[in-house]
Design a binder for this molecule. Structure first.
Ligand code: GFB
Length: 321
């Protein structure tokens, strides 16, 4: 049987690299990968030329400009412009060059700030977005709507998955621009080593978040991509086609900080910095659509934090400076 030529856009990022680890073990798939230096996804002509020459069968669109709450709030132009350009370039070029299947990866921040919890897919566009990440959310909503539009107008099979907050190997451990898990793993690690009397956690500690290990996200992405078209169509609607990916379980940031303290062996005090934003109060996904489609997560938060901490310790050279 001819191998499927699968392009994973963003294969050096946390999610893309996890997808590549799993697809790389498959005999029926030939991966096509390009680094940012080899292919700039902001460059429409370069993206078009790449699709014209590579005979791609499937695309996992995991390339994105991502960051935590403060990065989103500080660089809104980068988050809206880069994400809209990358997804427009890749999705349009995929369609133009007859790519049969595409999976677009979004984010749970597409939902309104005060969405009903747990958040069903149908909450999309039912209310005002969380201001700290509105530009990023708008770009990700545009990505869903691009896929749906090519499906409706041209009969494409382009699907979207919306993960809850992700973490794992190859995450960004920058002290200010990262998401909460890598930020806290690093901060608590450094506090443990230096015997610091206290560690600062941003915000009030009361926001609730749901966290999914990136290996689970990669498995869910491949599962959704490979569902029969009839099954996918039976479980989605043409203009409400995205699928939530999460665990269905959340915790407060205070509880997360306590677990990170245990994992890193930190015994000092935890203090909260109320000058930093809390963001949306709660963001728990309703994952019944995904469960109905036969996929359940496997990695618990405790296991995932422990293995990610180990990965950080083995790879932290690259985060110095
Ligand atoms: O991970 P985070 O930036 O994502 O923040 P969001 C989650 C919560 O953790 C917020 C608190 O209430 C933060 O105030 N927090 C505590 C910290 N300490 C820290 C810290 O040291 N660093 C960070 N980053 N947070 C992002 C969106 O929002 O979620 C993105 O901005 C994306 O667009 C991502 O959607 C999944 O869940 O608040």
């Amino acid at each position: 049987m001819k191998k499927q030529r699968v392009y994973v856009a963003g294969h050096r990022g946390m999610v893309g690299s996890a997808i590549v680890r799993q697809l790389g073990q498959r005999d029926d798939i030939e991966l096509v990968l390009r680094t940012r230096d080899e292919l700039n996804l902001l460059d429409t002509q370069a993206v078009n030329a790449f699709f014209a020459s590579e005979a791609i069968d499937q695309v996992y669109l995991a390339a994105a400009k991502v960051g935590g709450i403060v990065a989103n709030n500080s660089y809104p132009t980068d988050f809206i412009y880069e994400n809209m350009m990358m997804e427009s370039n890749v999705i349009h070029a995929a369609h133009t060059h007859n790519v049969a299947k595409l999976l677009f990866l979004g984010s749970s921040c597409i939902y309104p700030k005060l969405a009903n919890q747990p958040i069903k897919e149908s909450e999309l566009l039912q209310g005002t977005l969380e201001p700290t990440n509105e530009p990023y959310a708008i770009a990700k909503i545009a990505g869903i709507k691009l896929c749906e539009s090519y499906n409706r107008q041209y009969g494409r099979d382009y699907r979207s998955v919306m993960p809850t907050n992700l973490y794992g190997p190859n995450d960004n451990f920058h002290p200010n621009n990262s998401h909460v898990i890598p930020a806290l793993l690093r901060r608590f690690h450094e506090a443990t080593i230096s015997n610091a009397p206290d560690v600062v956690v941003w915000g009030s500690g009361t926001p609730m978040r749901e966290f999914l290990h990136v290996d689970d996200m990669a498995a869910a992405s491949i599962h959704v991509m490979e569902l029969d078209k009839e099954v996918w169509e039976e479980n989605t609607e043409p203009m409400l086609s995205h699928i939530n990916v999460g665990t269905g379980v959340d915790c407060t940031i205070r509880e997360l900080a306590q677990t990170v303290a245990q994992v890193t062996g930190y015994r000092g005090r935890v203090v909260f910095d109320a000058t930093k934003p809390d963001g949306t109060p709660r963001k728990l996904l309703d994952v019944s659509r995904l469960h109905n489609l036969g996929w359940f997560h496997e990695v618990s938060l405790e296991q995932g934090l422990a293995s990610t901490y180990q990965w950080f310790q083995e790879n932290q050279q690259q985060f110095r400076g």
